[in-house]
Design a protein around this ligand. Structure first.
Ligand SMILES: Cc1ncc(COP(=O)(O)O)c(C=O)c1O
Length: 370
C-alpha cells in the first residue's frame, strides 16, 4: 500500500492554466483580474455581501480585530480548544483572550461557559468553527445582542459548512477563512475576510493595503499592513472554487465510509447537529478512555498512514497560561485534546484507502486492549 498522507490538495482543474496566465501576462503581484474574480466567486458561493482576499487566515483574523477597533484592555471570548492562530490574533491587537471550554458533542465553544465569562470588559466573541462543524451561532448572536458584543467567526476550517441555509461566515460582524494547502479549497497560502457591512469591508480593504488613501497617491492617514493576496494565489482560488461542490461531495462520502467502517470500534466521532451541514474538513474522533491516542498515531505511522492529534488547548501553552485563573476548568477541551485524532480526509482518497485505514485502526484496538 502506498503511503497515505493526512491531506493532499486536489489541483486537477484549471489551477495550472490560470497560474500560467498570470506568468504570461506579467500580473503576478496583488493586482490582476483573478483577485476580483476570486472575491466575487467567494461571495456567490457563501452568499456573503463582501469578501476581501488576504495573504493568509491569520492576517484575516488580525484585520478583523483591527477593523472592529478591539484593543488593549478589551476581552475577547474564545474557545481554548482551537488552532493557535485564533488566540495569537487577539494578542496582536493587545486584547486579552478569555478562554472557554468546549461542548462534548460537536466540539465547539460551550455557550454556557461563554455566558459565565462575560464581563464589562468583554468586547467580542470569537466563534471558531472546528474541523468543519459550526458553532451554535443562534446562541452566540443572542448572547452578543444582550451584552452588546461583536461576533467574529473564525471559519478557517468551515468552507462548505452551513447552519440550515446559511454558509459559515455570514452570521457575524466579520468572518475569516484560510486557504492553506490542507483546507477544503486552497490558494497555497491565502485567506478571505467576509462581512455584510460595507463600512467594515472598506476598512479592511484599507488596512490590508497600508491604509493607502483612495484619492491621493502615497498618502496614508493611519498605520496599515501589507496583507494582500497575489493574483497567482487568487488564480488558484478561482480554479478551486470551480471544483468546490465536487470536493465537498467527496468529503461527505469519505466521512460516511469512516463512520460505517468504525461503527463498532471504541471511538466516538465528532457529532453533527441536525441543523447543520458538516463540511468534513477533517474527519475527527476521540478514542474511548483507556486507549492511548499517541500510541495509535505511532502505530498508523508505522504502516505509512499519517494522522494528526487534535489541537492542544491554548491555555496549556506557556504564553497563555497567564490568562487562566485557578477556578477555571476546561475538562471537555482537555479530553478532546488528549483522546482526539484527525484522519486522512482529502478528496483523492479511494474507498479502498479508507477501508485500509479503518482495518489498521481495528487491528490496533485488537493488539492494544483497554
Ligand atoms: C481555526 C484556524 N484559524 C486560523 C488559521 C490560520 O490560517 P493560516 O494558516 O492561513 O494563517 C487556521 C489555520 O489552519 C485555523 O485552523
Amino acid at each position: 500500500m502506498k503511503p497515505i498522507p493526512i491531506y493532499e490538495p486536489q489541483l486537477s482543474g484549471r489551477e495550472t492554466a490560470n497560474v500560467l496566465d498570470c506568468m504570461n501576462s506579467g500580473w503576478i503581484s496583488s493586482r490582476g483580474k483573478y483577485v476580483e474574480m476570486f472575491e466575487d466567486g467567494f461571495c456567490k458561493f457563501t452568499n456573503s455581501k463582501f469578501a476581501t482576499t488576504v495573504s493568509n487566515g491569520t492576517a484575516a483574523l488580525h484585520l478583523a480585530f483591527l477593523a472592529l477597533g478591539i484593543k488593549e484592555g478589551d476581552e475577547v471570548i474564545v474557545p481554548t480548544f482551537t488552532y493557535i492562530a485564533s488566540i495569537n490574533a487577539i494578542r496582536y491587537v493587545g486584547a486579552t483572550p478569555v478562554f472557554v471550554d468546549s461542548e462534548p458533542q460537536f466540539w465547539q465553544a460551550d455557550c454556557e461557559d461563554i455566558t459565565r465569562k462575560i464581563t464589562p470588559k468583554t468586547k467580542a466573541i470569537l466563534a471558531v468553527h472546528l474541523y468543519g462543524h459550526m458553532t451554535d451561532m443562534t446562541a452566540i448572536n443572542s448572547l452578543a445582542k444582550t451584552h452588546n458584543l461583536y461576533v467574529i467567526e473564525d471559519a478557517a476550517q468551515a468552507f462548505g459548512s452551513y447552519i440550515k441555509e446559511a454558509h459559515a461566515g455570514t452570521l457575524s460582524d466579520i468572518a475569516t477563512f484560510s486557504f492553506f494547502a490542507n483546507k477544503t479549497i486552497t490558494t497555497g497560502e491565502g485567506g478571505m475576510v467576509t462581512t455584510q457591512c460595507p463600512k467594515l469591508d472598506a476598512k479592511i480593504r484599507l488596512l490590508k493595503n497600508h491604509h493607502s488613501s483612495l484619492t491621493k497617491k502615497y498618502w496614508h492617514d493611519e498605520i496599515g499592513y501589507n496583507y494582500r493576496m497575489t493574483n497567482i494565489c487568487a488564480a488558484i482560488g478561482v480554479a478551486q472554487l470551480e471544483q468546490a461542490q465536487s470536493v465537498l461531495k467527496k468529503k461527505a462520502t469519505i466521512a460516511q465510509i469512516y463512520h460505517e467502517a468504525l461503527s463498532n470500534a471504541p471511538v466516538t466521532f465528532q457529532n453533527t447537529s441536525h441543523e447543520m451541514t458538516h463540511s468534513q474538513w477533517m474527519v475527527s474522533l476521540i478514542l474511548d478512555e483507556g486507549y492511548d491516542r499517541d500510541t495509535l498515531i505511532d502505530y498508523l505511522s508505522a504502516v505509512k498512514i499519517e494522522t494528526r492529534p487534535t489541537f492542544y488547548p491554548a491555555h496549556t501553552m506557556p504564553m497563555y497560561a497567564f490568562f487562566v485563573q485557578n477556578k477555571h476548568s476546561y475538562l471537555v477541551a482537555e479530553k478532546l485534546s488528549r483522546q482526539g485524532i484527525n484522519l486522512p480526509s482529502y478528496p483523492g482518497l479511494s474507498s479502498e484507502d479508507i477501508l485500509h485505514i479503518c482495518s489498521q485502526i481495528k487491528r490496533f484496538f485488537k493488539a492494544h486492549p483497554q
